[in-house]
Design a protein around this ligand. Structure first.
Ligand code: FES
Length: 200
């Protein structure tokens, strides 16, 4: 048995070997997305793009593209299947832990690979809302964006702390926060210490 077989659930293996809704420029050249979201930086090794077709706030179709490992590909594939037919408000509030559960879990050291898909999805929905004259409509509901480069909110920091992040390095491992321009670090560290105080 090789490492790939025992590290990953059958669902992860299925989505990694047969990823759904991947953007293929040959087949999807006329996809005509209503909104696109991109997060990450290829210089840092990870980049994620989401393209959405939306009608009356329902996600009708989706395409995505990433440079990532098995966990990133399987997570984004599952996320793309999950949001088809979903209201954009519900899709906006999906978190990496929801997708990891649907995949039957991910290896502990691979969780950090699965955290860009939901951010790119939210970035695309934000673009759609802005085009509709509804900018920021969902932000105030339960999340404040702390890292603008990666679309990471206070809820993501809270979730990382709940999952065990206890310092800047482990928070970055869990979320990739601050890995582009770094200007969010002060605010993010304040929140990190607040949540550690709450959850430790
Ligand atoms: S705002 Fe967080 S890395 Fe730029």
């Amino acid at each position: 048995m090789d490492a790939f077989q025992w590290l990953y659930s059958d669902i992860v293996k299925d989505h990694f070997t047969n990823p759904r809704n991947v953007f293929d420029p040959d087949k999807d050249g006329n996809f005509n997305a209503d909104a696109e979201g991109m997060v990450g930086n290829i210089k840092c090794g990870d980049q994620m793009m989401f393209m959405l077709k939306i009608r009356e706030d329902i996600i009708e179709d989706v395409r995505w593209k990433t440079y990532g490992c098995a966990s990133a590909i399987a997570s984004t594939s599952m996320l793309s299947e999950t949001i088809k037919g979903m209201n954009i408000r519900d899709a906006y509030h999906i978190r990496p832990a929801d997708i990891a559960n649907k995949l039957g879990g991910l290896p502990e050291n691979k969780i950090h690979c699965s955290v860009l898909g939901d951010k790119a999805l939210r970035a695309a929905i934000d673009v759609y809302l802005a085009r509709e004259g509804r900018a920021g409509e969902f932000n105030g509901e339960d999340a404040q964006i702390i890292c603008k480069c990666l679309n990471i909110s206070d809820k993501d920091i809270e979730e990382a702390v709940r999952q065990g992040a206890r310092d800047w390095h482990s928070l970055q491992e869990a979320t990739k926060i601050g890995t582009v321009c770094g200007s969010c670090k002060t605010k993010a560290e304040e929140l990190l210490h607040e949540f550690i105080h709450i959850y430790s």
